[in-house]
Design a protein around this ligand. Structure first.
Ligand code: PHE
Length: 395
C-alpha cells in the first residue's frame, strides 16, 4: 500500500495493518497517525453525545470499538503495530498507545458518570494520580464534546446552618449589645482560684465537691460556670463595665433529658457607681421580654450564691399554659430560669476595686434551657448528637 493513500477512509481500519504495510517508519508519521486516531475518538464521542449518550448499548458499542479485548482499536494497535515495530519505534508507539487508551477510558467514564450508567460490564481502569499530586485539586471535567453544557444542573451543595445553640447565644448577645454590653471570654480549663476561690466559694462548699467538678489536677478544673470570667474581667478592666460571657461549662452530671456534662451559659456583669437591684431587675426583665416575647412576666425569688449578695432566682411566667399551670411548669405557672444578684463586695478586694465606691450586678443563664423553652426541644441530648434531622429544623 502506498503511504499516499493514507489515511484510510476510516482510520480505525488502519490498525488492522502493520506499520510495515502502511509504509510508516518514522516518528512524525507515527504521531500523525495517532492524532488521526484521537480525532476519530473525538468524532465518535461527539456523535454519541448527539445521538444517544443516554443509551447504554450505544456507549457499550463505542467502548467495544475502542477498548474491546478482541478487536478494539487499542488491542489492534498493540497486536498489529507494536509487536512487529522496530525497536526504535516501539517506545514511541507504547507511549502514544497508552495516552490514547487513557483518553478513551476517561471519555467513556465521563459519559457513564454524566448519564448515571453503572460501571459495568468492563471495569474501567483509572490510572491513579502520582503521589505528589494526591492533594491537588482535580481538573474540572469537560463534557465529551469539549463544549461546556451550561444547561446541565449544577452541583448542589448542602448549605449548613448555625447550630441552634450558637443561634440562641447570638440572639442573647444581640439583645445585650443593644443595651451597651460587650462580649468577654475566658478559658474552659480554669484555675481553682478563678472558678472558686475568688468567687467566695469556700473549700467546703458543696459546689467544690468532686461530684460536681471535673478536676484536671488539684489546682485546675474544667470551669463549672462562666462566673470565673467575672473575676478575670474585673482584673483587666476598671468600672464602668458591662459585659456578657457566652461559653461552655462542665459538671459531673450523668446525661439525661435535662443534664449534660458539658453545657453552655451566658454570664453577665455590670459594675459602676450607683448600680442597684432595680437596675438588675429592669435589665433582666427587658432581656427576657425581648427574648421570649413581650407577654412574658418575670419574678425574682430570694436565693443564695456565694458571689452575689443579695441573690435571686429569676422565673418567667409559663410560656406553655399562660401561667395557668401545666405539666411543664409543674402546675406552678412559673418556670425557673437563671441565677443573679448584686456582686458580693467580698469579691472586690480580689480585683482591687474600691468596695465602697462601686456596686454591680451579675447573672448567669443556661443556654440549653433557654433554647429548649423557646424552641420546644424536649431533650438536651439532641443538641449534641449532631443529627441533621434535628439540626436542619432551625434554619
Ligand atoms: N454561676 C451561677 C450558676 O452557674 C449562676 C450565677 C451567675 C448566679 C451570676 C449569680 C450570678 O449557677
Amino acid at each position: 500500500m502506498d503511504s499516499a493513500d493514507l489515511p484510510p477512509s476510516d482510520i480505525t481500519e488502519a490498525v488492522q495493518h502493520t506499520l510495515e504495510e502502511l509504509g510508516i517508519h518514522d516518528t512524525p508519521r507515527l504521531q500523525e497517525l495517532f492524532s488521526q486516531l484521537a480525532n476519530q475518538l473525538q468524532k465518535d464521542m461527539a456523535q454519541l453525545a448527539e445521538t444517544g449518550a443516554g443509551e447504554p448499548e450505544k456507549l457499550e458499542a463505542l467502548r467495544v470499538r475502542w477498548l474491546g479485548r478482541k478487536q478494539g482499536v487499542i488491542r489492534s494497535i498493540n497486536d498489529n503495530w507494536l509487536r512487529s515495530a522496530s525497536p526504535e519505534l516501539k517506545r514511541e508507539i507504547g507511549q502514544l498507545l497508552n495516552a490514547l487508551r487513557e483518553e478513551a477510558e476517561r471519555q467513556i467514564l465521563v459519559v457513564k458518570r454524566a448519564e448515571g450508567i453503572p460501571m459495568t460490564p468492563a471495569p474501567v481502569t483509572v490510572t491513579p494520580a502520582p503521589v505528589t499530586a494526591r492533594w491537588s485539586i482535580p481538573e474540572p471535567t469537560v463534557f465529551v464534546t469539549g463544549a461546556l453544557d451550561i444547561t446541565l444542573p449544577g452541583t448542589r451543595r448542602a448549605v449548613g446552618v448555625r447550630h441552634i445553640l450558637r443561634r440562641v447565644m447570638d440572639e442573647i448577645t444581640e439583645i445585650f449589645f443593644s443595651l451597651g454590653y460587650s462580649v468577654e471570654e475566658g478559658p474552659d480549663i480554669e484555675s481553682v482560684y478563678y472558678n472558686f476561690e475568688a468567687l467566695n466559694i469556700p473549700e467546703d462548699h458543696p459546689a467544690r465537691d468532686d461530684q460536681d467538678t471535673f478536676y484536671i489536677d488539684s489546682r485546675t478544673v474544667l470551669r463549672t460556670h462562666t462566673s470565673s470570667v467575672q473575676i478575670r474581667t474585673m482584673e483587666k478592666l476598671q468600672p464602668p463595665l458591662r459585659i456578657i460571657v457566652p461559653g461552655k461549662a462542665y459538671r459531673r452530671d450523668t446525661p439525661d433529658a435535662t443534664h449534660s456534662p458539658m453545657f453552655h451559659q451566658v454570664e453577665g456583669l455590670a459594675v459602676d457607681t450607683h448600680i442597684t437591684f432595680a437596675d438588675l431587675k429592669g435589665t433582666l426583665d427587658y432581656f427576657l421580654k425581648a427574648f421570649f416575647g413581650p407577654e412574658v412576666r418575670t419574678r425574682f425569688r430570694p436565693s443564695f450564691f456565694p458571689f452575689t449578695e443579695p441573690s435571686a432566682e429569676v422565673d418567667i411566667s409559663c410560656l406553655f399554659c399562660g401561667a395557668r399551670g401545666c405539666r411543664i411548669c409543674k402546675q406552678s405557672g412559673w418556670i425557673e430560669l437563671m441565677g443573679c444578684g448584686m456582686v458580693d463586695p467580698a469579691l472586690y478586694p480580689h480585683v482591687h476595686y474600691e468596695a465602697s465606691r462601686y456596686s454591680g450586678f451579675a447573672f448567669g443563664m443556661g443556654v440549653e434551657r433557654l433554647a429548649m423553652l423557646k424552641y420546644g426541644v424536649q431533650d438536651i441530648q439532641l443538641f449534641f448528637q449532631g443529627d441533621v434531622r434535628f439540626l436542619r429544623q432551625f434554619r
